[in-house]
Ligand binder design. Structure first.
Ligand code: NAP
Length: 332
C-alpha cells in the first residue's frame, strides 16, 4: 500500500513508499483511508521534536474511510461501514487525565497517511452523514482537543465571553465553531486579516490582531475581559492573556508553539484568582460528546486545501509556514 513515512535521511524528511500492510490481531480492523488530515503534531515529528520518534513510521493521526477487513472477535456489522477514527488510544477510565499507556495514532504506531490503517475496533465511530470524506478526516484530533478545552476544562456557559487565540490554527477553528454552537460570545485573534474576515463570517463577536501592540487595550475596552481564553501559543504572550482574562477567569492552553514564558506576572495571577489550565486531546467520553455536538449542530470543519499523497511535502510546508486557513487534507 502507498504510505507517507517519516524518513530523516530525505531533505523533506518524508518518504512516499510502498509498505506491506500487517495482518490483523484480534479486535482490530483495517480501514481503507478515503481522506487523512494533518495536525501540527505531524510537523513536530518531521522536525524531530516529538517524543519516541522513529523513522519508517507512517505519520498522520486523522483519517476517515471504509472498514475493509475485520479481525477475530469483531462484529461483522463493521464491515464496509463508513467511519472516522478516534486517534486517542488507551485514555483509560479517569476523565481528569489520560493513563500512562496513552498513545496518539501516527507515532509510534503507524498512522493514517496511507491507503489503509490498522486500529482497534473501539476507535471507530460512524462518519457524520452531513460531512464529506475530507471534512470527516479533518475533525478527530483537533475537534477532540478543542471540545475538551472548552467543555470539560472551560465548562463554558451560555453567554460567557470567550477568546480563542490564533484563529488560523486547526484546533482554534474548532474552538471558535464549538464555542458559538454552545452559546458563548466568541472573540478570536490572528496575525492575518483574511483569517479574521473568515472568523467574522462564522459569527464571532470581535477580532484582534495579536501582532498589534494595542490589542490588549482594545480587547479590554470592547469586552471588559474574557471568562475563558483558549490558547496554544503561550511564550511571553501568556502575560498578555493574564491582562485580558477577567478576575476569576480561566486560561486554558493545549500547546506552547512559542515555548515557555521567559517571565511570569505571578502577582496578577494569584491576586486575580486566575486559573491557568493545561489540556491534551480528550477521553473517549469527550470524543462521543464532541461528535454529538457536531452532528446535532451540523458543524462543517473548515478545509484549507486537499493535496494528493504525492504532494505531501507541499502540504507539510504549508502547515509549517502557517499559511493554512483551515485543515490541510491529504487523499491517497
Ligand atoms: N495537547 C494537545 O492535545 C494538542 C492537540 C493539538 C495541537 N496541539 C498543539 O497546539 C499547537 C497548535 O496546533 P494546531 O494543529 O492547531 O496548529 P496549526 O494548525 O499549525 O496552527 C498554528 C497557529 O498558531 C497561531 N499562532 C502563532 N503564533 C501565535 C501567537 N503569538 N498568538 C496566538 N496564536 C499564534 C497561528 O494563528 P494565525 O495564523 O491565525 O496567526 C497559527 O496558524 C501546536 O503546538 C500543537 O502541537 C496540542
Amino acid at each position: 500500500m502507498k504510505a507517507i513515512t517519516l524518513d530523516r535521511t530525505q531533505d523533506s524528511k518524508l518518504l512516499l513508499t510502498d509498505l506491506q500492510s500487517r495482518a490483523l490481531l484480534p479486535g482490530e480492523v483495517r480501514v481503507q483511508i478515503k481522506a487523512a488530515a494533518l495536525n501540527h503534531r505531524d510537523e513536530w515529528c518531521r522536525k524531530g521534536l516529538y517524543p519516541n520518534i522513529q523513522d519508517g513510521i507512517v505519520l498522520g493521526s486523522d483519517g476517515a474511510g471504509i472498514v475493509a477487513e475485520i479481525g477475530e472477535g469483531v462484529d461483522d456489522e463493521w464491515l464496509q461501514k463508513e467511519v472516522i477514527i478516534n486517534p486517542a488510544l488507551n485514555w483509560g477510565e479517569n476523565q481528569k487525565v489520560q493513563s500512562a499507556s496513552f498513545e496518539i495514532l501516527g507515532m509510534p504506531r503507524n498512522g493514517t497517511l496511507a491507503e489503509s490503517v490498522v486500529v482497534p475496533v473501539d476507535r471507530l465511530h460512524d462518519k457524520p452523514t452531513h460531512m464529506t470524506w475530507e471534512e470527516a478526516a479533518a475533525l478527530p484530533l483537533a475537534g477532540l482537543t478543542a471540545f475538551r478545552a472548552l467543555s470539560y476544562q472551560g465548562d463554558i456557559q451560555q453567554g460567557e465571553n470567550i477568546l480563542v487565540t490564533g484563529f488560523g490554527g486547526g484546533v482554534a477553528q474548532f474552538a471558535v465553531q464549538f464555542g458559538l454552537a454552545l452559546g458563548a460570545k466568541v472573540s478570536t485573534s490572528s496575525s492575518s486579516p483574511e483569517k479574521l474576515e473568515k472568523a467574522k463570517s462564522l459569527g464571532v463577536d470581535y477580532t484582534f490582531d495579536y501582532k498589534d501592540d494595542n490589542w490588549i487595550l482594545k480587547a479590554l475596552e470592547i469586552t471588559s475581559g474574557f471568562d475563558v481564553i483558549i490558547d496554544s501559543a503561550v511564550g511571553d504572550t501568556l502575560n498578555h492573556l493574564t491582562q485580558v482574562v477577567k478576575p476569576g477567569g480561566k486560561i486554558i492552553f493545549y500547546g506552547a508553539t512559542l515555548g515557555n514564558p521567559s517571565k511570569l506576572e505571578a502577582r496578577r495571577i494569584f491576586w486575580n484568582q486566575i486559573k491557568i489550565i493545561g489540556t491534551t486531546m480528550g477521553s473517549d467520553l469527550d470524543f462521543e460528546n464532541m461528535l454529538s455536538l457536531v452532528c446535532e449542530k451540523k458543524i462543517h470543519p473548515i478545509i484549507d486545501h486537499v493535496f494528493k499523497f504525492e504532494e505531501a511535502e507541499k502540504a507539510f510546508d504549508r502547515m509549517r509556514d502557517g499559511k493554512q486557513m483551515g485543515k490541510i487534507v491529504l487523499v491517497p
